[in-house]
Write a protein that binds this ligand. Structure first.
Ligand SMILES: Cc1cc2nc3c(=O)[nH]c(=O)nc-3n(C[C@H](O)[C@H](O)[C@H](O)COP(=O)(O)O)c2cc1C
Length: 157
C-alpha cells in the first residue's frame, strides 16, 4: 500500500473468499468478538468485506490491497474459533463489492430467496467434499453468483 496526498492508495485490489467450519460451541458472543477485532483491524488495513455465518460454516469475503488481504488471512487461519479454512476464490478486483464495510455481517435469513438457494447449495457442496476434483470451479461459480449482485443485505451491530 502506498500513500498519496495522505490517502490510502491500494496497489492491487484483490479479493479472497474462503469458507470454514464453525466449532460446535460457537456462540453469538464469539461472532461479536470476531466482528469487533475484524472491524478494528480491517479499517486500519483498508480491508472491506463480509462475514456470513450459518451455524455450520463461515463464508468470508476480504477485499483490499493484496498483501494486506493475505496478511489478514494468515492471521485468520491460525484462529481456533473455526476449522478447515479453504479458499474458494482469490483474484483481482476492479472495484470493491463491499466498499462501505470494514466487515459487514449477515446470516442466511437476511438474504433473499435466490441468495439463500446459492448458500444452501454451497453448504451442501462443502459438506460433501470441498476438495473433490472439479468442485473448485463449481464453488467459485457459486460464490460469484452469491456475491454477484447488489442484493446482499448487511446488518450492522
Ligand atoms: C471466521 C473468522 C473471521 C475473522 N475475520 C477477521 C478479519 O476479517 N480481520 C481480522 O483482523 N481478524 C479476523 N478474525 C480474527 C483473527 O483470526 C485474529 O484473531 C485477529 O486478527 C487478531 O490476530 P492477532 O491476535 O494475531 O493480532 C477472524 C476470525 C474468525 C474465526
Amino acid at each position: 500500500m502506498v500513500f498519496k496526498n495522505n490517502k490510502h492508495v491500494v496497489n492491487k485490489l484483490s479479493q479472497l473468499i474462503y469458507v470454514s467450519h464453525t466449532q460446535e460451541d460457537t456462540t453469538l458472543e464469539d461472532i461479536l468478538s470476531i466482528l469487533k477485532i475484524s472491524r478494528y483491524n480491517n479499517s486500519r488495513d483498508n480491508i472491506s468485506g463480509l462475514l456470513i455465518y450459518d451455524k455450520e460454516i463461515f463464508l468470508q469475503a476480504l477485499e483490499g490491497d493484496r498483501s494486506a488481504v493475505e496478511r489478514c488471512y494468515e492471521r485468520i487461519i491460525r484462529d481456533a474459533r473455526h476449522g478447515a479454512p479453504y479458499i474458494v476464490w482469490q483474484g483481482d478486483l476492479k472495484k470493491r463489492l463491499f466498499p462501505m464495510w470494514s466487515m459487514g455481517y449477515c446470516t442466511p435469513s437476511d438474504l433473499n430467496d435466490d441468495d439463500k438457494k446459492s448458500l444452501l447449495a454451497l453448504t451442501n457442496l462443502i459438506a460433501k467434499d470441498v476438495r473433490s476434483v472439479g468442485s473448485d470451479l463449481l464453488i467459485s461459480v457459486l460464490v460469484r453468483v452469491f456475491f454477484g449482485g447488489p442484493k446482499v443485505k448487511v446488518i450492522c451491530n
